[in-house]
Design a protein around this ligand. Sequence first.
Ligand code: ADP
Length: 400
Amino acid sequence: MNILVINAGSSSLKYQLLNPETGDLLAKGLCERIGIDGKFTYKPQVDGKEKLDAVDVAMPTHSEAIQTVLDALVDPKNGVIGSMKEIDAVGHRVVHGGEAFNQSVLITDEVMQALEDCIPLAPLHNPANITGIKACQACMPGVPMVGVFDTAFHQTMPAKAYMYALPYEYYENDKVRRYGFHGTSHKYVAARAAAMLGKKPEELKLISCHLGNGSSVTAVDGGKSVDTSMGFTPLAGLPMGTRSGDLDAGILQYVMNKYNMSIDEMLNVLNKKSGVQGVSGVSSDFRDLENAHKEGNERAGLAVDMFNYGVKKLIGAYAAAMGGVDAIIFTAGVGENSVSQRLDIASGLEFMGVKMDAEANNVRGKEAVISAADSTVKVLLIPTNEELMIAMDTAAIVKG
Ligand code: ADP
């Protein structure tokens, strides 16, 4: 069985063709500058097939982009499948499913309408995701499509975790609440953690730390998300590459009045000029910060310290929320690669049974237990694979 996984942005589209049963990746790549000129990258994962690297292909709309992907996949010379018939279904990443979707779903006309209804919740992302679905439907008539939502996994949170202490009408009338994001990643690594520990998901209390350019921490109790650090939007929670994370809303009034800023200008600062980039003045990339700190840049060190401290506090909070924790998971760019940040985050948590093994922690990008043998709480490094999770969900739905 082969599933085409599509992650459509407003001017770009990432794709992977994979087998959800074996986990084998057949090809991946991306279309960029859709609606501008069009650049196409194709990376077949089969021996003897040639890749394409940002070659010019006209892509006035997402439809030409999808058609370019399909043509490459079935190309007699460098394709990885014989014909379109070998694509069993398409899994689409959709950012926001609101309260309408607590799991992945076969896309029907009613679902398309519900996706449109979610646009006000994610005005930048959902329209692009919808455009990607429509383009695929046009190019691949009759092929089942499934929507997989970043928010769905978190729909199990109890009201006390997802409500904001605002007038209740904002929730009731306007759906203002915590939704949480990165759900596909948290779901995937939580399932892998259970497999690594040889336990059923229902038996485990997990804290999943997805630490990348965007970061979120999730409490997973018995296989279900019970709290998460991102909120109504992905701006909330930890300080991130360029996003502020949580802050006192009173700061907005003070800064906006002082610098005569509009709310859009303020939000631009919070989304694009804050986080570790804003604090350090150096970079949003944690590797740059580590290097700058080594060369004596104190603000770079402070930015990383603030981030690590934020993760540590969330681990403590979620252990308290669940009444314990069996394992802490590190994933995504920073979680999978930064030996020093993992150590810093987990140190000082010995009081709650977390004991790292410095040698075991000296590893990057592969599944590993990185806590000491006598650590009551296991610490796990698990590379995330959102595309595989999307393919697995898609396969499960089309198989019925
Ligand atoms: P995104 O949210 O864009 O998917 P990623 O999960 O790819 O982000 O994470 C990107 C982040 O991972 C960058 O800040 C990068 O610096 C960090 N990263 C990647 N490799 C390392 C490394 N070896 N050490 C520290 N950080 C790393």
